[in-house]
Write a protein that binds this ligand. Sequence first.
Ligand code: FES
Length: 582
Amino acid sequence: MSDQPADRDEAPSGMHKGLTSYGDAGFSLFLRKAFIKGAGFSDNALDRPVIGITSTGSAYNPCHGNAPQLIEAVKRGVMLAGGLPMDFPTISLHESFSAPTSMYLRNLMSMDTEELIRAQPMDAVVLIGGCDKTVPAQLMGAASAGIPAIQLITGSMLTGSHRGERVGACTDCRRYWARYRAQDIGADEIAAVNDQLVASVGTCSVMGTASTMACIAEALGMTVPGGASPPAVTADRMRIAERTGGQAVRIARERLTIDRVLTAKAFENAMRVLLAIGGSTNAVVHLTAIAGRLGFEMDLPALDRMGRETPVLLDLKPSGDHYMEDFHHAGGMATLLRALRPLLHLDALTVTGRTLGEELDAAGPAFAQTVVRPLSNPIYPQGGIAVLQGNLAPGGAIIKQSAASPALMEHEGRAVVFEDAADLASRIDDPALDVTADDVLVLKRIGPKGAPGMPEAGYLPIPLKLARAGVKDMVRISDGRMSGTAFGTIVLHVTPEAAVGGPLAHVRDGDRIRLSVAQREIALLVSAEELASRAAARPVVEPTAERGYRRLFLQTVTQADQGVDFDFLMPADRSKRIPGAP
Ligand code: FES
């Protein structure tokens, strides 16, 4: 590395980038060089393109348990391509080890990722993420930082076996827990199941949020081809990591910045894929947030229109029967994208520097398999997610129709209302609770500000006395989210949320609520005058906090239709639309 500042005609690169402010650029570079040489680097190494690698492993994050091996493989790929790999830690988030919910910390991770990309010298960055909020956080942060970036997914866990039945996190977690609650199985069996649900490191093995975001990252063109599906512990996953490292060097040299990949067409492809895989409802919020960082406004009614012409093709739990490793053996995303080809923008650029269509052509021929259906024989005739409108949700709500009970999708019932999560916990299993299977369970104040962080508490449990009587599903409504691994007739993301005074705040026990998925309607059958008088009688006081991150969160978090991002992280100009102009 020369001690001279980089050529004035070119933007600084490699170790010359982002010099620390000592008021003397030459001294700053001299000092940086001295310190990194202290770590054993030679001048030869320091002249290479620098590739940052986010290290998101943590003892608290089994979904990223293969991070050390992935980093080693990425470094190998970087060095084989002539770059200098520099791994650095960022926040790591795991679903089961984040209170009150990992979503509360997603924006913090995005800020951490963005600022460390900005602060440290790197020509491109490899984002290693997997567990639910990590990939969205990384794409949000990298989109704001604006340098060339490439996503590496940690990969899914293997499935286990319980008494001969294949099981995996976490659709089977919920199914077995519901059986335990209903006293269908005992303590010994639920303990035995617990041993088998997570058979290795890696992300949940069904089409939960992690798998959904992995597929979306590939559909966006942000991974190397085939980057979504290899399980965490396989050689395929390690080879993807090595390829990712090599490709990171190429995008650094070509200055293929993230905004050239994350275009309106790429987001539209991602929306198609979300619908066709029966993906997690959480991805709607995450895609909105990622796109928002680049100045795009997501058109939710358009997502619904796309859903009417985009059937579910992927036969994975919770909408279908298989697991992620089966999807990988069936050819992964190449097989899915080939089936979806007529509905995709094939000219969207990917991180390989080639288009999605060119990569599909290079992926080789289709072969017989049973996990991805053709458009002519889908597992569900419409997209997995439907967008609902109505006086209960003026800003919209969503339902994962592919995981709902057909008998409940046109339903009117009496509201049984829980004011918040604590109220739910204290009364849901009370034998005296006035509830029948035809009622509609309503949970308030689990939205972005309400809980806070919009926890995955929208999957309200069936009241114990009904569960024991064999009731498996009821219509449930909240302003929260639900895990992508869950199933049921569950209306989510009701916007505006109760904690900011949305109509949901004023629902009372006994009100009638109508759900019509066919009409895309969620209606509270109470007059506007009555709702206004309830609002005047009990005005909503928005939650606040004295200090710290919670204060920042409550003051700046946006609603679900804005991606639950912080308002100050989004660009002022968000005039571009997704889908874009035809
Ligand atoms: Fe990490 Fe499910 S808990 S992906």
